[in-house]
Structure formats: structure tokens, C-alpha cells
Design a protein around this ligand. Sequence first.
Ligand code: ADQ
Length: 471
Amino acid sequence: MSRLIIVSNRVAPISEGGPAAGGLAVGVYDALKETGGMWFGWSGDVLSSGQPHMQVVERGPVTFATIGLVRRDYDQYYRGFSNATLWPAFHYRPDLIQYDRHDFEGYCRVNAWLAQQLVPLLQADDVIWVHDYHLIPFAEALRAAGVKNRIGFFLHIPFPAAQVLLSVPPHRELVKALCSFDLLGFQTQRDLRAFSDYIVSEAGGEVEPGLAPAPATVRAFGRTLRAAAYPIGVYPDEVAQLAKAGTRGKPVRTMKATLHDRKLIMSVDRLDYSKGLVERFRAFERLLDRSPACRNQVSFVQIAPPTRADMHAYQDIRLRLEAESGRINGRFAELDWTPIRYIHRQYERSVLAALFRQSHVGYVTPLRDGMNLVAKEYVSAQDPDDPGVLVLSCFAGAAEELSGALIVNPIDIDGMADALGEALAMPLAERRARYRDMIAQLRENNVSVWRDNFMRDLRAAGEKRRTAKTR
Ligand code: ADQ
């Protein structure tokens, strides 16, 4: 079988046994081990002087090839166009979009440069799988360098509605660049529809739906490619094992001791304005306002380690959250009870999973999210005999699959407070039924299924392209 080449902005940190992080990294690493191959991308280093050099590390059949970025490239490609333009636009926040055409030039330049670094490492039969919004022009750059291999792309974040995408000045160049891939993968049907709508209404192309599970055929910008939704999953049984193991650990025992018999509402996110944390805090406040019986009987733990801390929008959301949690705690706290425990730390996966298992409610309410793996990890971590309840935003990709959750609109503070109240009071039989429904779905579509479906369609899409050429 041909080698697999994974390209992503960041390469997962590697320990002796493989990637340290879970979910995506483990799923992708498994595929690399099976076929042999390479993971290529930015090392995470930013160089203030000198030229970046590629670092190549071999781990059995897998090669990790990483390279640093010079400061200007980091500012334009990563902080600039990727995270100050594309991230807010794709998360439906046109009000936060910052656009500078030099950043876009830098974004294209870094994509072309990274592609040039990869070319000498490629073999004729390699299959290339590119990940996420940092690397939209990557296939175009490889094609310009003469690469004929099969190239697929998976977008981890939402694809915005055409009217929102139009607010990104080079929207046409971006969608044209996407059409250089052989296969495009989105998280949800909603994202695929948004992309198809742009192709038809803005690019004058056409989209022919595939007979499920076959991907759709897209014709635009003089190219023919395939596109489909591949909702990313987790390994639910592995998360459940971690949760059981973590329950015996010190962090979780300490936490339980300080909770006494109070019920626990649990949230875990990167600290990002797309995650809806302000609205979430206010809905918890509304619950305490309306239901005095919940005071001193329920604790809400929000774990949110800061990310992209050198960007203004992230400093801003951090300040707002600190103000909100301080205000709400000031209003309701008692000598022996802090309503919101707002924590900025990273935790080991087993600690998070165990906290999920201990909690009565998983409170996952992003304003927009590609999928949201925390929602899937929360359900996976539950005790089947006494499961907690997932309160989930209708704007998380996961809501397309997890119909056993209490689905909320994160803009509706009263609606979320209602859902929290309902979750805290839900009878055991209903909790079990909802859990069974969701865990079955998670097992059926675990991260291996996600990866295998994408790889099956990428290999097939490449075959079709080759056959069409030789005709
Ligand atoms: P993220 O925006 O990072 O991912 P999410 O899908 O929730 O969002 O994944 C976060 C991961 O980090 C989870 O596995 C979670 O357990 C872990 N994590 C979060 N906080 C942590 C903490 N304090 N300590 C340790 N681990 C923590 C992007 C997209 C999502 C999409 C994923 C995968 O934005 O929509 O679901 O990629 O495609």
C-alpha cells in the first residue's frame, strides 16, 4: 500500500511511544504506522534570527519532519491571516476579522515554501493528506511544483455560509485553491452545504451529490474533485478506560473531597471566543438567580487554558471571563462554596476524563465549533450505570450526531439555564437511555472510521483523476 504523508500546521509532540496528545493525533498516527509514512509541518519554533532547518526524526515506520518559522512568517501566516482573518470568519465572527493583504501574501508565501520543503521528501506513489485552515493553498503550491500525487484536505473548523465567507477579501482565491485538492473533507453536512452553495452561487460551478456514501462531485475553476462530510470521532472505549483509571488519582479525589455532596457541572475548552464561555457563565448565573435551591448545591468547574495569548482578541476574552466569573462568584459565593471554579491549566487526559465521569452535567456550548471533541469525550467517559447529561450547543458539529444531548442555542441564556435545570433533575432511566443512544453512535463512528472513510475516498478520487488523464 502507498505511503501516507500527513501535513498539518503543527506536528503532534512525539514521545517514544507515539504522540502524547489524544484523539486526532493518535488516530492519524495509527494510520501512519499501518502504511508507513511521514508527518510534516511546523515545529512550533519561532526563529528571531537565522534560517530554519528541517528536523527529521524516525520512529519505526513513521518519519516526523518538522521545521521552524522565522518571526515575519509566524506573524503573517499564523497570527495574521490564519488566526486573525480565517479563524473569526470561519467561526461566524465577521466583527473580529482583521485583514491585511500583506498577511495574505505571507500566508501564500509560507504555504509555497512549506510545499517546497516537502517536495524532495515525496515518492511517486505517496498519498498526501493535508489538515486545516492554515494550509488551504498547499495543494495548489504542490501542483505548481509539479507534484502529481493524490492530495486530500480535511477542514477541522466550520466552513462558513457564503455570505460570511464573502467578508474575507480573497475568498475567491481561497476557494479556487481548495479546488486543487482531489478530495475535500468537512466535519458536517452543514459545512458541505455551505461549501456547495459557494461553488454554485459564487463560483459558477456545479455540485453533483454522490450516492451515499460516495462523495459529491464538484466542478469549478476548471477542475473536478470530490467533497463529503467525515465527522471526526474519538476512541470511546479508550476514554472510558482513562476515566476509570483517573478516578483513583489524587487530583480527582481532592476535587471530590472539596465538592462534598454538591452536583458538578463541567466544561473544558481552549480559551477561545468561539467557545461561548461568557454566555455559558451567564446562563449558570441565571440558574442560580431563578433556583435558590441550586445555591450551594451545585458547582460549575470551567477548565480553559489560554491559547494564542499574543493576540488581542484572546487577551480581551480572557479579561471578560475573569470579570464575569469574579462578578458571579462575588454575588453568590458563601464561606464554604465558590459557584464557578475557573481554571487556566492543562490537565492530563486521564484527569479530564475522570472529572467528566464524576460530573452530573457536561456543559458544552460553543457559539460555533467544527466538531467539538470534548462533547464526545464527555459522553465516552460516563459510567453506563449512572451517566451524566450532555448539554450541547446546536452550533457544535457534534450536535448533528449526538441527538441524546439536551440541545441548546448558546445565545438563549434562559434556554440554557432551563437545560441545566432539566439536566440536574433528570431521572436515571432517561439519563441511561440518552447515554446508550449516544455511546452507540460514538462507537459506530470512532476516529478509525473517520480516517478510513477519508482514506478510502482519497484513494478512489486519485484513481479517477488518473484514469481520466490516461483516457
Ligand atoms: P479545538 O478547537 O481545540 O479543535 P476540541 O474539538 O474540543 O476543540 O478539541 C480539544 C481537545 O483538547 C480535546 O481532546 C480536549 O480534551 C483537549 N483539551 C481541551 N482543554 C484541555 C485542557 N485544559 N487540558 C488538556 N486537554 C485539553 C479543533 C476544532 C474542533 C474540532 C477539532 C478536531 O476547533 O471543532 O472538533 O479540531 O477536529
